[in-house]
Design a protein. Structure first.
Length: 121
């Protein structure tokens, strides 16, 4: 388990595109379901993304972790909020889940590095 965020973010769009080409109904069905449930309601999108991230960590789903860290950041979550959500998942899941917390840190490092590179003159 390497938690290679850079490799994930580089390959994920193509991976999902290939799946959607082979099985477009899956993408349409899941995409509509996702959009309907993740829009603001009683909970804001940021809260929903932090919950989704926690479930991804607790489920030990690396793709879920990487995808939802990105979505958390886009929804306005801070790195501290993201790591705290991961911590709650670890508390609920114990040692096996603890081994996936580094994937959250790797995803944050990916976006922090990208932001720093973009900001550099």
């Amino acid at each position: 388990m390497l938690h290679d965020a850079d490799k994930f973010y580089e390959s994920w769009p193509q991976t999902m595109r290939a799946m959607k080409e082979r099985a477009p109904d899956i993408g349409r069905a899941f995409g509509g379901f996702f959009q309907a449930l993740m829009k603001p309601g009683a909970l804001e999108s940021k809260q929903k993304e932090l919950i989704a991230l926690g479930i991804g960590v607790a489920s030990r789903c690396e793709a879920c972790i990487f995808a939802h860290v990105e979505k958390c950041l886009k929804a306005g979550a801070t790195a501290e909020e993201i790591m705290e959500a991961a911590g709650v998942a670890v508390m609920m899941g114990g040692g096996p889940v603890y081994t996936y917390a580094p994937a959250v840190a790797a995803a944050l490092e990916h976006f922090e590095s990208a932001a720093a590179a973009h900001a550099a003159p």
